[in-house]
Structure formats: structure tokens, C-alpha cells
Design a protein around this ligand. Structure first.
Ligand SMILES: Nc1nc2c(ncn2[C@@H]2O[C@H](COP(=O)(O)OP(=O)(O)O)[C@@H](O)[C@H]2O)c(=O)[nH]1
Ligand SMILES: [Mg+2]
Length: 366
């Protein structure tokens, strides 16, 4: 379960797309962003932000009674410690936030192990930094952690990592067996994928009946991110995914991929793009999404391109972007232009989903 409404103050860059992504990430992890503070530089030595800004954050947190500070950059342990001490709040840096999201969304044994491994890596890096500082005499007894304690802690982490690696190998073997024997059963599954803040969750909520749409009713909720709905008498399972995250640290890639394993079993993949973003961004996102999907073993025939946020652009602008992307020329890549906010073209999307499910079923049956 995603614990909701942990009140948070977000510190991010004064750039719309970046701030939007950070807010969506925070919400995926169950935080409610009460206030956003922006600054050009988030890598200053003492607090990440400048002292003046840090004081401002401290005052805001006090007056708004906020529990957590989400910092949209990677913080060194000293920076994290300094800021936490000044603000008297828990500081969640970007890496920690992503790890929290992965953990909330991990639904297979393998992904749980992968995420645990990434968490241990995060922890080990921080202990090593503490030891380094302690050696230089800069932080004697940092967090009350002596050199000896730190060494023991590091050894313990190494031991846990090797145990998890062995478990992972076993799990992978088991999974291969399971996959080959997995029968096609249950309801058709539609997974929603795309970069952070393109509108996946908004679309998921719309499709699974948080709106009063004619013809769709919620059948059952399986988890926070999976629901079965009734579309004109046919039951379809929709899944909201973690999605793609920009600037993902290399050591998290395996953990990330493992959270997306369900995609292999999906009948349809809705690859969502925010059409209000620049052509360059859309192009880059589409091509890296594509690479990951292929790498995961997802069949291209299952993909429906969904261009969301049509309410923010003129129709000509949207078709110009499609033309530039070369998408309209290839019939199998025909995008569906929607707005999850206004519900525009939702019926077109549903029809496309239904006919694709039907077409794929025909292929399998023959
Ligand atoms: N204008 C507009 N905003 C949208 C639309 N769909 C989503 N949003 C907004 O975009 C932001 C990110 O949406 P969210 O569903 O959390 O994105 P996710 O990270 O992909 O799950 C939120 O502020 C939404 O309200 C849309 O069709 N039009
Ligand atoms: Mg989301």
C-alpha cells in the first residue's frame, strides 16, 4: 500500500519540466507536496542549497508543519546531515525517493531482491563517505558512528549483498520455469508506461472509473496500481507502472527493469507521451522507451502510442510534431491523441484498445 499524504516540501530546479517530474515522483512515493522551493544550484557544498535558502526552508517547514524535505538531487551524507539538522526534518534525496518508489511498486520476488540490492548500494556509499570524513578528522563520530562500527557495518552490507545475489540467481531460474509453463489465462491486461509526469496515473484513474464515464465501471481493485474494469461487458485489467525516470543512476537499472517485468505479460502497452513537451524531448523519450521495451522482450505489436495533454496544444502543433516524429507514416505506430484532464478522445483510445486486444487474440488462436 502506498501511504499517502506524508507532507513534504520539495526543493528542485526552477525549470518547469524538471519541477513537474520531481513533483510526480514525490507523489508516486506517497508524499503530498505542500510547497515547492526552487533554486538554480542544488549542489552547493554545505546544504546543497545556499545558507539563505536553507534558512527559508527551515522557516517554511516550521510554519507549515511539514515532516519531510524532498531534495531533487543526490546529496552527500554530510549535506543531508547538515540540512536535516538545520531544518529538523527528514531529508529524502532524489536517489532515496526513487528507491522508495521502486520498493512500493515491487511485486515480484525478483524485483524485491533487486531493490534491496540497490538500497544496500545506497547505504554502502554513504558509510564509505562517513569513514572517509572520519579519517580526515572532519567528522569525528559522525552520526555517532566510529570507524570500527562503520567497518563492521560495511562488512555486514557486503555479506547481505552476497546472500541476495545468490537468492537472485535461484529466483531467476525459478522464474524461467514458471514463465514457460504460464498459461494464457485471466483477463486481457493493459499496462500504462511512459516517462514521469506525462500523465500515466491521471489516465489510469480516468480509465479505471474515478471519473463517471459511460460504459466503464470499476470491477475490482487489485492494488494501488492495478484494477479490473468492465468495458461494455468485457473485463480488462489496467496497470499503472513505475514508468521511466530521467537521470536514473546506473546502479538502479536492474532494480528498475525488474519492476517492469509485468510488461512482458501485458496484452497491450499504452506508451504515453506528453505532447506539450518539445519535439526533441518527445523524440528522446520515445526512442529510449522503445529500447527498454525491446530489451525487456515486449513485442512491438502490443504498443499503442498515446499522446496526452492535447488540451495544452493546438491540433496543428500536435500533427506537426507527429509528422516530425515520422509516426503518422507508419500505420502500426498511429498515435491516439487524448487529454486525460478533459477526457478528450477517451472513447477513441478505448476502441483502439478493444480492437487491438481482439486482433491479438485472433493471432494467438490461429
Ligand atoms: N493539462 C493537462 N494536464 C495533465 C493531463 N494529464 C495529466 N496532467 C497533469 O500532469 C501532471 C502529472 O500527471 P501524473 O498522472 O501524475 O503523471 P505520471 O507521473 O505519468 O503518473 C499532473 O499535474 C496532472 O494533473 C492532461 O491531459 N492535460
Ligand atoms: Mg504516476
Amino acid at each position: 500500500m502506498i501511504p499517502v499524504n506524508k507532507s513534504a516540501l520539495l526543493i528542485t530546479y526552477p525549470i518547469k519540466d524538471i519541477a513537474g517530474e520531481a513533483k510526480s515522483l514525490a507523489e508516486s512515493a506517497g508524499y503530498s507536496v505542500e510547497r515547492t522551493v526552487t533554486q538554480k544550484h542544488l549542489t552547493r557544498s554545505k546544504f546543497g542549497i545556499g545558507k539563505g535558502k536553507a534558512d527559508e526552508v527551515r522557516e517554511l517547514i516550521k510554519s507549515l508543519n511539514i515532516e519531510f524535505v524532498i531534495f531533487d538531487e543526490i546529496l552527500k551524507p554530510t549535506q543531508q546531515y547538515n540540512l536535516a539538522k538545520l531544518c529538523e526534518a527528514d531529508i529524502i534525496d532524489r536517489e532515496k525517493l526513487i528507491l522508495e518508489i521502486f520498493r512500493l511498486r515491487s511485486n515480484t520476488e525478483e524485483s524485491k531482491i533487486q531493490i534491496k540490492l540497490a538500497e544496500l548500494h545506497y547505504e554502502a556509499v554513504r558509510i564509505k563517505e562517513k569513514v572517509r570524513l572520519a579519517k580526515r578528522g572532519e567528522q569525528p563520530g559522525f552520526f555517532g558512528l566510529g570507524k570500527y562500527d562503520a567497518d563492521v557495518h560495511l562488512l555486514d552490507i557486503k555479506r547481505r549483498i552476497s546472500v541476495l545475489r545468490k537468492k537472485l540467481v535461484k529466483e531467476e531460474k525459478r522464474k524461467v520455469l514458471q514463465r514457460t509453463s504460464r498459461a494464457r489465462s485471466g483477463f486481457p491486461t493493459v499496462s500504462i508506461i511512459g516517462y514521469t509526469s506525462v500523465g500515466k496515473t491521471t489516465l489510469f484513474n480516468l480509465l479505471t472509473g474515478e471519473s463517471k464515464l459511460v460504459g466503464i465501471e470499476l470491477f475490482t481493485t487489485l492494488s494501488t496500481s492495478s484494477r479490473i474494469v468492465n468495458i461494455k461487458g468485457n473485463k480488462v485489467m489496467f496497470s499503472d507502472t513505475v514508468g521511466f525516470i530521467s537521470k536514473l543512476p546506473a546502479y538502479m537499472i536492474d532494480a528498475f527493469k525488474s519492476t517492469l517485468q509485468e510488461l512482458i505479460f501485458s496484452d497491450i502497452i499504452l506508451l504515453v507521451v506528453d505532447i506539450s513537451q518539445s519535439y526533441e524531448i518527445i523524440k528522446k523519450q520515445l526512442s529510449s522507451s522503445f529500447t527498454v521495451l525491446i530489451h525487456l522482450g515486449v513485442s512491438i505489436a502490443k504498443i499503442i502510442y498515446v499522446f496526452n495533454k492535447m488540451d495544452l496544444v493546438k491540433p496543428e502543433e500536435a500533427s506537426e510534431k507527429c509528422k516530425q516524429l515520422g509516426i503518422l507514416n507508419e500505420s502500426n505506430k498511429n498515435p491516439v491523441m487524448i487529454s486525460s484532464k478533459t477526457g478528450m478522445n477517451l472513447s477513441v483510445l478505448l476502441e483502439t484498445i478493444q480492437s487491438k486486444i481482439f486482433a491479438n487474440m485472433m493471432k494467438v488462436d490461429n
